[in-house]
Design a protein around this ligand. Structure first.
Ligand SMILES: Cc1cc2nc3c(=O)[nH]c(=O)nc-3n(C[C@H](O)[C@H](O)[C@H](O)COP(=O)(O)OP(=O)(O)OC[C@H]3O[C@@H](n4cnc5c(N)ncnc54)[C@H](O)[C@@H]3O)c2cc1C
Length: 410
């Protein structure tokens, strides 16, 4: 899958949910080489131009490449009793039962030329086909309404490369993430992954900030976002393979929970339900949370399953969607209309990030929220707001200096 070559941060909450769904899988991943890190203690995070205090947040994170994680989870799924995978085929449509109230199965084509079509019968169909999720098209083909779609144009460009970093740097910390700031909408993630390697991902909003795919351009772009020690490590690193690039145009949320007459037995999950701006690392965690929601919804029996699932899944998406879109709107590059509440939230978040550079508790709480361990309203508790205010009045938590760009493209 095209996104598989880019850094995939599995948020602490995502790791917890995956372990709950597949008990023991964390141990297997670690035994096979996944790296355990402690955000923020050995995972440096520069948010809104401020390097947060490097304190433990009471949770750990797993670091590995996406294919490595996916391979382990796939092995676990395939080991389930009674499961027969149908590889190398495309779902092209849904079928309904005679009174058109329930899904009866899916239409599937096999082979390169899609010459063979068959219908697989099913009691339950879960569309987990990713961002391109075709359920709206399939519903329309059946004469049924499509869900309302919320789309937020972000135009994020990615460039990533596996590297072997010099030992003196690699032994110091396990990861660093640098987020975009208003006058430099670029970011960097550098993760230690399995095999003693590091995955370096650069990202930028708007085409003139999209990172290039050639070696010199990659390093030049890295120089605009990396702290000096990280840039020095990237310059001295041994590249492992070529640079992969990716363009992501928009975040998309589909509101199936609003459709009163969806056929029973039809569910949509993961990116097909909501595709988040990847820069905030939420997608896999939300997909895992929805798998957990599906398990809980199924435990309550088949009647009303579709409605129950979509309502619960929509609630899991709400906080993450609002956090992501809120962070996007804090950047002036996005020309969307900002309500008063959005402007106040952006302003307060900037103060939280600044305070997180000097106050351990603020840093800890902010990162627990971004890792979806705690709800966003924890940041509004009076005791925390007081600490934020105190840091502000003390005039602490100054921003890192943002370098001037020498040429508009890089
Ligand atoms: C550049 C980039 C960086 C990202 N970084 C992060 C990150 O740091 N952290 C994070 O959590 N998330 C990240 N994400 C998001 C993450 O990749 C997705 O949220 C996650 O993969 C969603 O999982 P999914 O199973 O819904 O879809 P996918 O992983 O896209 O899987 C969909 C599957 O369905 C198959 N399929 C599609 N159509 C059909 C069909 N008609 N019939 C049969 N099969 C079909 C596809 O082949 C694919 O195997 C990133 C995304 C991008 C683009």
């Amino acid at each position: 899958m095209p996104q598989g070559r880019h850094a995939h941060v599995l948020l602490a909450r995502g790791g917890e949910v995956i372990e709950d769904l597949f008990p023991g899988v964390t141990g297997e991943l670690v035994a096979d080489g996944a790296v355990v890190s402690h955000p923020l203690a050995d995972f440096r995070f520069c948010a809104g131009g401020h390097t947060l205090r490097q304190v433990p947040i009471g949770a750990t994170m797993l670091q590995c490449t996406r294919p490595f994680l996916e391979g382990h989870l796939r092995d676990r799924v395939l080991a389930l009793p009674g499961l027969t995978p149908a590889d190398r085929c495309d779902v092209v449509g849904l079928t309904l039962d005679d009174d058109r109230r329930r899904v009866a199965g899916v239409r599937v084509v096999h082979g390169r030329d899609a010459s063979t079509e068959e219908t697989l019968t099913a009691d339950l169909v879960v569309d987990a086909t990713g961002r391109a999720g075709r359920t709206p098209v399939w519903l329309r083909a059946l004469g049924l309404p499509r869900p309302r779609e919320e789309e937020f144009a972000v135009s994020v460009g990615y460039a990533s490369r596996l590297m072997r970093l010099p030992r003196d740097y690699a032994e110091r910390e396990k990861a660093i993430a640098v987020g975009p700031v208003p006058n430099l909408p670029r970011g960097l993630a550098l993760l230690e992954v399995e095999g003693g390697r590091h995955l370096v991902t650069l990202a930028g909003f708007e085409s003139r900030h999209h990172p290039p795919g050639d070696h010199d351009g990659f390093v030049e772009f890295a120089a605009t976002v990396s702290p000096p020690d990280v840039l020095d490590a990237i310059r001295r690193a041994e590249p492992l393979g070529d640079i992969a690039t990716y363009r992501y145009q928009s975040s998309v949320r589909r509101h199936y929970q609003e459709l009163p007459d969806l056929p029973d037995g039809l569910l949509v999950t993961g990116d097909a339900l909501c595709s988040f701006n990847p820069i905030y690392g939420q997608g896999m965690t939300l997909a895992a949370m929805q798998a957990s929601t599906l398990r809980d919804s199924l435990a309550q029996g088949a009647p009303g399953l579709t409605r129950r699932f979509f309502q619960a899944a929509s609630r899991t998406v709400d906080d993450a969607w609002n956090l992501g879109v809120g962070a996007d709107l804090a950047l002036p590059q996005f020309r969307a209309r900002r309500t008063l509440s959005t402007r106040l939230t952006s302003a307060y978040t900037r103060q939280v990030q600044a305070a997180g550079a000097v106050d351990d508790q603020v840093a800890r709480q902010f990162v627990r929220v971004t890792h979806l361990l705690d709800p966003p309203d924890r940041l509004l508790r009076p005791s925390l707001a007081w600490r934020v205010l105190r840091a502000r009045t003390a005039g602490l938590g100054r921003r890192r200096r943002v370098p001037r760009l020498t040429s508009p493209g890089r």
